[in-house]
Design a protein around this ligand. Sequence first.
Ligand code: Q9C
Ligand code: ZN
Length: 346
Amino acid sequence: MKIIYSDQHYHQSPKLELAGGDLVPSFENPSRAEHVLERVKKIGLGEIITPDEFGLRPLLAVHDSGYIRFLQTAWQEWTDAGFKGEIIPLCWPAGQASDVLPRHIKGKVGYYAQGTDSNITDGTWIAALAAAQSALTGAALVCDAVKNGHKTGAFSLGRPPGHHAAKASYGGYSFLNNAAITAQYCRDQGIEKVAVLDVDFHHGNGTQDIFYDRDDVFFASIHGDPMDNFPYFWGHASECGTGQGERFNLNLPLGNGTQFQVWREALKNCLSAIDNFGAEVLIVSLGVDTFEEDPISAFKLKTPDYLVMGADIADLGIPTLFVMEGGYNVEALGVNMINVLVVHHF
Ligand code: Q9C
Ligand code: ZN
């Protein structure tokens, strides 16, 4: 399995995040990628390559152009307005509000943000763009394999994560939706049916948002019940898609404290739905914040469980791109994440 990695992720190194009213060191930080990369090297998972350049076009195929422009210019506008700290939004158009995009950067930030957890820094755009290009590089490998009738797997080892980023909003440490960008890229390469399987602890609300009315990209997510967990306003089992997309969105929320035996049943349901759909390419939003010792999540998966998870996914036998998402117990992150991948012999 090829691993795509860029050290540009170091440009996203937010200082602090609000947690329970305290400012604490950001959970989503460069040490996460360091631990995963270290593990990849230690076990010799595969060749590590740097990303190719795909430009902005594949990003604009899933994200709103005004939103992309905002990500590119937010830091400049923020510093031009005289601010020195990282960008943390302070107000939102909640409830009944105008849908007009404000002129001032403080208003724009509230317009595009889902919450206060995803600081925009001077390097956020550079890092997020590199993560997207890494994922696209992996997608190109997988698409080539499909065309040549080979089975292949690739792993985009990148951050910041992406699955909370919607068409026109950021949140949950996500700015560009790497999984969605690659799913659309595969479609544009002529792959008829693409499935996205999201195993991160948190619901992939951004990916759901992007493909909610579509029947060509199937989205399945296993996650902490939004009644008790971020992103709170998306991820209920009743959200099945709309219009053409009805029945092509599968949410399997599970209660806090869920252990692997129950989690695995949900995985089997997702995998058989993906199989029935007839996916030619599988993209996995690979978060391992389902780990029992994750500091911000509530499932009880153990380190060996990730081997079984990986084997179950490999059993589908579909060319697969793994895209790194969450996982915040940095000590265990490398081993847990690579356990999912190590059983893929292609
Ligand atoms: N202060 C991903 O795993 N809530 N995002 C943070 C802690 C947001 C997680 C609360 C969690 C988002 C990609
Ligand atoms: Zn997560």
